[in-house]
Design a protein around this ligand. Structure first.
Ligand code: CA
Length: 495
């Protein structure tokens, strides 16, 4: 049984010109051999910025690179045929395609319509002006390039809860659309940052409109008839009422398959918030472990001053491991992006060992860490910056080690501020390993592995440490680790 291991197969600056879907197809066999079981793909539908869109400025969820819209038929990643081929190739390699679902907002409306709005305090969205007034807003989506193919649904002002731009009068801000739903209030069961975080950007979708709700369910069923669907990654979940995803995910599991893997991006480090969200969605989802990502970031910045015994403190994987998708970085945290909190290069092997080799959590590997990435963009001060993200040399080995050696019970060795580690004891069929790491100078730990490992030789599967470890007649060995490094000690016979 292959242990579930996700790969986020894109980053913010992934190359355009339709290269990505082909690359997925080309790499699928290698990914399978490496031990990747699930591939998270970027949004496959047309964004408002057409062939330049990363996919989160969603325009038309029924245009998978099939229609001449927003200046291009293909999306940034390729056309519909290449997308379908990529998903099929993954499936043939027994890798589940995980589709990115961006439901919160729409951008790039086809027409302006007259709307009634109320001004909202952007810092406290519960403060909605009593005064209503008429303006024009970009809220009508007719998709003329698609011309009713796949769905005849027209989105209009009844399908949205708010906007950030109005015309006549020309203003920007946050505006509550006065529609038939919710008596002028925002959707409930959303994050309470800024009072009520329903509104994020663009034309914010009105989930209380039953026609919208049915259309989004129809889209999920339709997608599963176009391409293999192994699961979903739900974008911007904290801006979408929890009841909606509770229903929608249940519907998808009923109609597509009960084993769908679903992870929501509820980007919040606080466990109380995540617990209450999980309760609202009937615990049907996984969530990204934002808190652990922050711990990795902090540890990588503080170097030897960080107390490694606390690396899992406050994390989702420590409190609700069965719901935790653990990650080191993603397309939002990479350098020059909105949530930039990149984990420093030296620490990434340690962080990946901590998500890939332990019993708890479902790890998600980030594309640049496996394959590298170089790009340039402007920083927060408007200066052009060039970024080079080299591949993490030992990452393929760590993914391989997850499948080969991360088996059986676990004993933690978190008894020193710098040198920490853990033992995976193996099972009757599969070997275990001794993982040692330090954020300071060279270190070692004496570990009693028991009589099954008496008089045995261990080597570092990662090759970071050249020596051999010899256990004594009781199975006790002294396992070293190089400074600022990680070693995965495995029985010589097991390799
Ligand atoms: Ca919303």
């Amino acid at each position: 049984m292959t242990k579930r291991t996700l790969l986020q197969f894109f980053h913010w600056y992934a190359p355009g010109e339709g290269k990505l879907w082909h690359e997925v197809s080309e790499r699928a066999t290698d990914l399978k051999q490496l031990g990747i079981t699930d591939v998270w793909l970027p949004p496959a539908y047309k964004g408002a910025s057409g062939a330049d869109s990363v996919g989160y400025d969603v325009y038309d969820i029924f245009d998978l690179g099939e229609f001449e819209q927003k200046g291009s038929r293909s999306t940034k990643y390729g056309d519909r045929n290449a997308f379908a081929a990529a998903c099929k190739t993954l499936q043939e390699n027994r890798i589940r395609p995980i589709h990115d679902v961006v439901f919160n907002h729409r951008m790039g409306a086809d027409e302006i319509e007259e709307v009634v709005v109320r001004r909202v305090n952007p810092e406290d969205r519960t403060q909605i002006d009593i005064e209503e007034f008429t303006a024009c807003a970009h809220t009508r989506f007719t998709f003329p390039g698609r011309d009713g193919a796949h769905s005849k649904f027209i989105w209009d002002k009844q399908c949205f809860s708010g906007v950030d731009v109005i015309e006549d009068p020309d203003e920007t801000g946050v505006f509550k659309l006065v529609n038939e739903y919710g008596e002028g209030q925002w959707n409930e069961e959303v994050d309470d940052e800024l009072g009520n975080f329903d509104y994020l950007m663009g034309a914010d979708v009105e989930f209380r409109n039953n026609a919208v709700y049915e259309e989004l369910k129809y889209w999920g069923r339709w997608l599963s008839e176009q391409v293999p669907v192994g699961g979903f990654r739900l974008d911007a979940a904290k801006h979408i009422p929890a009841w909606f995803f509770k229903d929608w995910v249940g519907h998808m599991r009923d109609t597509i398959g009960s084993d769908l893997f679903v992870v929501a991006e509820y980007w919040h480090p606080d466990m109380e918030t995540l617990t209450s969200y999980l309760n609202l969605v009937d615990n049907q989802l996984m969530l990204f472990d934002v808190a652990l990502h922050h711990r990795f970031h902090d540890a990588s910045k503080q170097g030897g001053d960080f107390d490694m015994r606390t690396i899992f403190d406050g994390s989702l994987v420590s409190s609700m491991p069965e719901h935790a998708v653990t990650l080191v970085d993603n397309h939002d945290t990479q350098p020059l992006q909105s949530l930039e909190a990149t984990v420093e290069l030296w620490f990434k092997p340690l962080a990946y060992a901590l998500i890939l080799l332990r019993e708890q959590g479902t790890p998600c590997v980030f594309y640049p860490d496996l394959y590298g990435a170089s790009y340039s963009d402007t920083d927060a001060d408007g200066n052009e910056q060039t970024v080079d993200m080299p591949p993490i040399d030992c990452l393929p080995k760590l993914i391989e080690a997850r499948q080969k050696f991360a088996h059986g019970g676990q004993t933690d060795l978190f008894d020193d501020p710098s040198v920490v580690g853990f033992v995976r004891h193996g099972t009757a069929d599969m070997p275990g390993c001794v993982v040692m790491m330090t954020n300071a100078d060279v270190g070692h730990k004496t570990v009693a592995l028991g009589p099954d490992h008496a008089d045995s030789v261990f080597i570092d599967f990662l090759g970071h440490h050249q020596s051999h470890v010899q256990t004594d007649e009781h199975g006790v060995g002294d396992f070293p680790v190089a400074g600022g490094s990680v070693s995965v000690w495995v029985r010589n016979v097991a390799t």
